[in-house]
Design a protein around this ligand. Sequence first.
Ligand code: LLP
Length: 420
Amino acid sequence: MALNWPYENRGGYLYVDGVSALDAARRFGTPLYLYSENMIRRQYRRISEAFSKQYPKTRILYAAKANTNLSILRALREEGAEIDAVSPGEVHAALHAGYRPGQILFTGTSVGLDELLYLLDAGVRMNVDSESQLDSLLEQEVPEMVSVRVNPEVGAGHHEHVITAGYEAKFGVWDEDAIGVYAKAKRAGVKRFGVQMHIGSGNLDVGNYLLAAKRLLEVAGHVRRETGVEFDFVDLGGGLGVPYKPGERQVDLDAFFGELVSFIKGELERRDLGEPELWFEPGRFLVAEAGVLLTRVTTVKRNPKRKFVGVDAGFNTLVRPAMYGSYHHILAASAMDEPEEVVDVYGPLCESGDLFARDRRLPQVSEGALLAIMNAGAYGFSMASRYNSRPLPAEVMVGDGEARLIRGRETLGDLLGGQC
Ligand code: LLP
């Protein structure tokens, strides 16, 4: 099996990095996000080694949108990560977790003036998404460094909502406009430059990265020729996928970066782009598989055609199945060795789309059993909501048999906060 999860089946019970899922659920309640710190650190080391092996100057920027829990941000900072942030809130969290402003690259689209003022005040690096964003920036101040997000025309992702390049995507500066944007920044007195792309999310193949990188470096080459701008860095964005289903393969990191970086080196040389740093912005890859969502079975019922297992997590807790039709593997954390049956797993929200799995083979469970929804570390808590007036769940970090609460569960009182 290609899956990479930090779990064990001990006598029919799920353990995550040495911690009993059942004990954690009893101690902290459900629904509950559990993360393996060891696995997050391991993923960082794997990707950073595979990338840096291929090129002398690389950086990994963690795409904080995948999970902004401070303990995760801190663990990745200790490993050497920097940050890709897309909102003042993410910048605020990263600063709080100890990142220096110069380690944070802000890549926002449709950025308001109040947000821009916050970002400039914080002193983070800016990656602009449009000429008008550059104009607003230059009206406030002339930063030492500006990077431009270029739309490399080639997009790819696990669902149309997460494809972020190409004609249909709202992101980035189009190639023929890039020269004008860099020229304007240079005229205004900007001294140092970067170029960035992000093609989309959940990609297991290097092919689309190669096509997009080709376009990106073509654009960078034109900019270099026409404006004399030199690039300090080329940021390839994130988007590396992980297996979600048993049988799905993992990306071979050495092959992926070997092919991508050797192609980029050739293009840099051919286009006289010097030897800029190469940056990569993984989100999902670092945290998805390290996270498990524990949820308690509240109801088992049938109609003439289907059997339903009702749980206490819903799309308020993990929206990916409802939003993208994403598959998340489910384990019966308290009944792993029971015989299997076919069921639908649904949540407590008043919508039929509040469904984690349709026709899923799962060990037989009864009310009170515990389920574990896998690969919940990325875009799980970070996309959770209070829909149906349900408080946000708690988060727990596990490691080497120990569990610690890293975000307390919201209370009903929290739902009323800020209202009069
Ligand atoms: N860099 C930029 C500029 C991004 O917009 C993103 C993701 C990343 C890096 C990291 O992508 P990753 O390595 O995590 O694929 N909510 C969706 C994913 C949306 C990703 C948006 N941008 C999901 O649950 O699949």
